[in-house]
Design a protein around this ligand. Structure first.
Ligand code: PLP
Length: 386
């Protein structure tokens, strides 16, 4: 049986990328590697739609987020963080543990933060240094309107606009420069189609200036060091060489497709999946759907464990469960990165098979037909962004 991965990290890796990573390793202080770093740096700027530096760090996305906290701020600085899921909660806990004062905006799971909540928080914290947003909250499959929220922040406050774009980069439109974003983080095992182990940080001029006065303790995660190396197409420490070589191949694929086409593909595939799920009679979880991952309520009368087993053992399909309060209550299907139309047909087909095995009542083929129609007619889903 063919194994197929539909999780929001790690995501599937294209054959071309795997083959490049299998080549004999080269030294990281060599002209060949410098050329790769130069090309990767240029292509990352394109992916983030920025003229500013995009640093490559050897650590997972959480490490890159920590690097932004310790490199930009000083003890006692106030930041605002939006908590609407598991990752939002992390961006409240982590900066607190580092000695920052965090004003938390709590948002119910499945809902996106509203501009009024941001405005209130800014008004209540006039000395705020930064606002941390999550473009696509992976635990809830919920997208935030970063363009609009960034505009509101820039209009009302000098606070830096910092975006966890870890599952948004490569799935959602994001224009770092045009939208006035100051910091944006991405991860390798998400939309960038390579294994876990790398993360990326884009920094505006204002963010670079903030690093000059930051006094929180840091060494490995000092972004000033990474920035100085970046200018020389280098890294301060030994990087994950093979992953960067894989990234070079993955970025070639993204630039060949065109970033706008990559965003459009994610919008289309997620819309088709939502149509299929709706036609089966299942309920979607998020009020503001992410184009990276689709959360679905486990229907009445169906056990998540049994459904998951039927998907995995009988159909070779791995999806993700719900987290925290939603464990066993929702499941999440990812379509982030290396996916195409027929992958959506496969996952809807597998879901139908697993539901039949659970004796869940629905018309066999209803989901497949709806997904197929959405893909072939090419219209945006009727249950698109709300
Ligand atoms: C995966 C993810 C993270 C954490 O990244 P790691 O690479 O697991 O450290 C943070 N934020 C979001 C939105 C994510 O999807």
């Amino acid at each position: 049986m063919k194994k197929r991965l539909f999780t929001p990290g790690p995501t599937p890796i294209p054959e071309r990328v795997m083959l490049r990573m299998a080549e004999p390793i080269i030294h990281h202080r060599s002209p060949e590697f410098g050329e790769i770093m130069k090309r990767v740096g240029r292509n990352l700027k394109y992916v983030f739609q920025t003229e500013h530096p995009v640093l490559t760090l050897t650590c997972s996305g959480t490490g890159a987020m920590e690097a932004t906290f310790v490199s930009l701020f000083s003890p006692g600085d106030t930041i605002i963080a939006v908590n609407g899921g598991k990752f939002g909660e992390r961006w409240v806990k982590m900066p607190r543990s580092l000695g920052l004062n965090v004003a938390e905006i709590k948002v119910p799971w499945g809902k996106a933060v509203q501009r009024e909540q941001i405005l209130d928080a800014i008004q209540n914290n006039p000395k705020v240094k930064a606002v941390y947003l999550i473009h696509s909250e992976t635990s809830t499959g919920t997208a935030t309107d970063v363009k609009e929220i960034a505009r509101v922040i820039r209009e009302k406050s000098p606070a830096l606009v910092c975006v966890d774009g870890i599952t948004a980069i490569g799935a959602h439109e994001l224009r770092f420069d045009e939208w006035g974003i100051d910091v944006c983080v991405a991860g390798s095992q998400k939309g960038l189609m390579i294994p876990p182990g790398l993360s990326f940080v884009a920094l505006s001029r204002r963010a670079v200036a903030a690093m000059e006065s930051s006094t929180l303790p840091k060494f490995y995660f000092d972004l000033r060091k990474a920035l100085a190396s970046f200018e020389k197409h280098d890294t301060p420490w030994t990087p994950a060489v093979s992953l960067i070589i894989g990234l070079d191949a993955a970025l070639e694929m993204i630039t060949a497709e065109g970033i706008e086409n990559v965003w459009a593909r994610h919008r289309r595939l997620s819309g088709a999946l939502r149509s299929g799920i709706d036609a089966i009679g299942l309920k979607l979880f998020s009020e503001s759907p992410s184009f990276a991952v689709t959360p679905v309520w486990v229907p009445q009368g169906v056990e998540w464990k049994a459904l998951n087993k039927a998907l995995k053992i009988d159909n070779g399909i791995t999806i993700a469960g719900g987290q925290e309060d939603y464990a066993g209550k929702i499941f999440r299907i990812s379509h982030l990165g290396y996916y195409d139309d027929l992958d959506m047909i496969a996952v809807v087909g597998a879901l139908e098979r697993a539901l039949v095995a659970q004796k869940y009542p629905f018309e066999i083929g209803a989901g497949l037909s709806a997904a197929q129609n959405a893909l072939l007619v090419g219209e945006p889903s009727t249950i698109d962004q709300v």
